[in-house]
Design a protein around this ligand. Structure first.
Ligand SMILES: Nc1ncnc2c1ncn2[C@@H]1O[C@H](COP(=O)(O)OP(=O)(O)O)[C@@H](O)[C@H]1O
Ligand SMILES: [Mg+2]
Length: 425
């Protein structure tokens, strides 16, 4: 795809010499046009990029990052939330906390902690609401986002990555989510948050900005200042950049004046300018300072890779899966139906044949039955899922016709091959 756009190398450089620091209690916005590499940068930092080549240093509290321990103290809210539709908000949180909090946190403390997190993200009134399917029933998009954040928060991470938590939300919903994010930062956690087309209010809720341009280069990293004054001063200070109009959204303005087109028009390179700026020197000094471990501190250490034993993990998964199935009547109904039908089928095939050994040992009989069994088995497993889904979407009527169709298809065509006449030679 990239080759069609004129890229010749086999290795693409998605991030170019990006460096910066994220500090606790400081809300940093990671911004840039679509395709600038925001998600890539976050994935690299969070250790979620499995392919490709990654070079550079990442240090946590001055110690080199180790993925096993880092995974235990970090959380990642993806752009597209994945939640189990059949469990409630509280159960989703309980599941996450159960698996991710350390073993020495007993269930009472865990419950208290979940209550606290629900308070923080304002999900208390929705405690017993079913999550539901996106766009069909259950929680709204904005409530889902807050649930995503809560699911990460109950693991008590020190560092949280959020990929576009306000995308696809209207202004009011985005403001609620941002309030949640702000509350999270104010608990002293480090939050890195990519954001897309923020309103002025949302943009100014951030303390610092990490701006990237297309091609994965950083062009601004530093404080926003009161009413984004620092940012505006920085860009207005660059020769040729047009001034911001009164009341114009600084987030929009900054993206508009830093496009590739503007760069070509003015004949400048914003990443070069950034590298020469005083801001860059300040950031370098800050990174150097932060790369030294605090005196008297020790590196993170966990005796086990996961916070819970395999048995507990298995129990937690069983618990949730059990709830999910139990609250899905169409699924269970279809399963019961299929089981009954299959039982009857096998019953009729073997009816009155149990004691007749000569029949069972007759090879041609077995051979004639084998395709039937295979068809039955395979179709039984293959069709259970889609039929269940059909029923969920269109109700029982479709189920009846689907079962009818299934019968026609499989017994209409195969009964000729294994009828009574071919039973015995
Ligand atoms: N695994 C990959 N292989 C090749 N190119 C990728 C890969 N992941 C992302 N890219 C490219 O990197 C660029 C940045 O992507 P991304 O980080 O998703 O941008 P965004 O800032 O919109 O989150 C895009 O041009 C994308 O096509
Ligand atoms: Mg992205």
């Amino acid at each position: 795809e990239m080759k069609a756009q004129g890229v010749v190398e086999d290795r693409l450089e998605l991030l170019k010499g990006v460096s910066g620091s994220f500090r606790p209690g400081v809300l940093t916005a990671l911004m840039g046009v679509s395709g600038a590499g925001k998600t890539t940068l976050m994935d690299v930092l969070a250790g979620r990029k499995t392919g490709g080549y990654i070079q550079g240093n990442i240090s946590i509290s001055g110690y080199p990052k180790k993925q096993e321990t880092f995974a235990r103290v970090s959380g990642y809210c993806e752009q597209n939330d994945i939640h189990s539709p059949q469990v409630t908000v509280y159960e989703s949180l309980l599941f996450s906390a159960w698996l991710r909090l350390p073993e020495d946190v007993d269930s009472n403390k865990r419950r208290m902690f979940i209550e606290e997190v629900m308070e923080l993200v304002e999900l208390k009134p929705l405690k017993d609401a079913l999550v539901g399917l996106p766009g069909v029933n259950g929680l709204s998009t904005e409530q889902r986002k807050r649930l995503t954040i809560a699911v990460e928060l109950v693991a008590n991470p020190s560092i949280i990555f959020m990929d576009e938590p306000t995308s696809g939300l209207d202004a009011r919903a985005a403001a609620i989510v941002m309030r949640t994010v702000r509350n999270t930062v104010d608990t002293g956690r480090t939050v890195v948050c990519t954001i897309h087309q923020p309103s002025i209010d949302i943009f100014e809720a951030f303390d610092e900005l990490f701006l990237m341009k297309r091609g994965g280069e950083e062009i601004y990293a530093g404080p926003l200042g009161h009413h984004s004054a620092d940012l505006i001063n920085y860009y207005e200070g660059i020769h040729g950049v047009s001034k911001i109009k009164d009341g114009y959204n600084p987030a929009t303005w900054m993206l508009e004046v830093t496009t590739i087109g503007q760069e070509q028009m003015l004949g400048i390179d914003f990443s070069d300018i950034y590298k020469k700026s005083e801001l860059y020197q300040r950031n370098k000094a800050l990174i150097k300072e932060q790369s030294q471990p605090a005196p008297g501190s020790t590196d993170l250490y966990f005796p086990t890779q996961y916070s819970q034993s395999s048995i507990t993990q298995c129990m937690a998964c069983l618990w949730k899966q059990n709830l999910s199935y139990w609250r899905n009547p169409p699924y269970n109904a279809v399963r019961f139906l299929f089981t009954t039908v299959i039982a009857l089928l096998f019953g009729t095939i073997f009816w009155d044949l149990g004691g007749k050994m000569y029949v069972m040992t007759h090879t041609s009989y077995i051979a004639s039955k084998q395709p039937t069994f295979e068809t039955l088995f395979i179709s039984c497993f293959l069709f259970q899922e889609p039929v269940t889904r059909l029923v969920q979407r269109h109700g029982v009527n479709v189920c009846c016709s689907a079962v009818h169709w299934y019968y026609e298809l499989y017994f209409g065509s195969t009964s000729g091959g294994c009828g009574e006449d071919s039973l015995l030679p």
